[in-house]
Design a binder for this molecule. Structure first.
Ligand SMILES: [Zn+2]
Length: 169
């Protein structure tokens, strides 16, 4: 289903949205037919982390669709008002049980037609004990030669891991 068809009614007055091109070079917007409220479908920010224990790079096996059973970098959606860095640290802790300190920005990843923009940090692990959360089937640590390249969930997972390995040997 096209994501935009989920939103049919104005959240302010309850009347129906119509699709309207307001500016020539911009996409069609959802505009309320009664009160003219414009519903901007903004991108969603995701903050992810690459971090290594002495046993390898920490990856999480997804326990939900999409890509259930595939491996991803620990991470998740940034809350409104939260910094990117804080979101990356919070999500990594929630999903792996490990505390991190951000070392540097590894990269940002966006794709035509996709809602999510993914920011990937490279971090050092500063404490905690590995344990999977409800969103993961398991957490594991991978040496370079053991990374499951054909079972990675998303393009970003693959692209960020490649870049990290290129830059860090
Ligand atoms: Zn309205």
């Amino acid at each position: 289903m096209n994501k935009e068809t989920i939103y049919q009614f104005c959240p302010l007055c309850g009347e129906k949205f119509i699709k309207k091109r307001l500016l020539q070079n911009e996409p069609e917007r959802l505009v309320c037919s009664a009160c003219a409220f414009i519903f901007y479908l903004d991108p969603k920010l995701v903050a992810c982390t690459i971090a290594e224990t002495r046993n390898g790079i920490v990856l999480q096996r997804r326990n939900k669709e999409p890509k259930k059973g595939c491996w991803v970098l620990p991470g998740g959606f940034v809350d409104r008002g939260e910094t990117l860095e804080e979101a990356a640290r919070r999500e990594f802790l929630e999903e792996t049980g490990l505390h991190t300190q951000i070392n540097c920005l590894l990269g940002n990843y966006s794709y035509p037609g996709e809602a999510n923009i993914i920011i990937v940090y490279q971090s050092d692990i500063t404490g905690g004990t590995i344990r999977p959360c409800h969103e993961s089937m398991s957490i594991d640590e991978f040496k370079r030669q053991d990374i499951p390249w054909d079972q990675l969930a998303f393009d970003t997972t693959k692209n960020a891991l490649k870049k990290y390995i290129e830059e860090n040997g």
